[in-house]
Design a binder for this molecule. Sequence first.
Ligand code: ATP
Length: 260
Amino acid sequence: MNTVDALRHDVIDVHGLVVRYGASTALDGVSLRVAPGDMVALVGPNGAGKSTLVNTLSGILQPASGSVTVRGRLAQVPEGRQMFGDLSVDDNLRLGAWCLRGRGRARRENRDTSRVYELLPDLVRVRHRKAGGLSGGQQQMVAVGRALMSRPEVIVIDELSLGLAPLVVTDLARHLKRLNREDGTAVLLIEQNARLALDLCDRAYVLEAGRISAEGDSADLAASPEMVRAYLGGPGEGSAPKATGRDIPRTGTVHSQEGS
Ligand code: ATP
């Protein structure tokens, strides 16, 4: 795949994906796409299959059927951040560039963290501290920065907001938006916090019990009464609670849920 092809086609193209754990089906015919420079959200309740999808995108899990095409480099921000706690922030970031090849000058450029510190300036003052001693929000920034070090076409973030205070999440969201705008990096944001996901991303998919139950422009989905009731906590109620997954929104494109 050359650069021109990568620019023309979706960076993530998932079609009819089925993934099983033994006899149990976790993803049942999931289709989803992310175009270059897109910000796309995947929301859904506990156990919907979000992490299964992430792990299939990164090749950890194999599909039983369907296809997963990733064009260009995909970098993952894993749920729970997975820092090397005894290493400094600087070293954690540099580990993100391990997959880039090069010697001499190219190697030095690959290990250059300056763009990450430019995008995530709060990390500058903690760059020599051990990552294990940082706050949750700082660690999430390191995890995002580490993913950026591989210069990905698309970054997949599994639960950006998990365990973080609302102000910290707002700050992280601002940084992601800037990254997307300035560097054109596509983002697939996997979130239980539907309000955050719909605010931040242009398009969204709703995953329930292994199937896509709704998809469309975030604004359309956010206006759906069912989406509001099931995922957004009602109008004007502030941040989103955990989704119940019981109601399925009927705006955007809504798929039938036979047998679920
Ligand atoms: P959460 O938001 O709680 O992390 P999720 O949407 O990421 O949930 P998954 O972790 O992908 O959901 O799980 C999807 C389904 O697959 C669930 O029913 C879960 O119990 C099941 N599952 C996940 N991992 C395994 C595994 N290793 N072995 C068997 N079943 C699994």
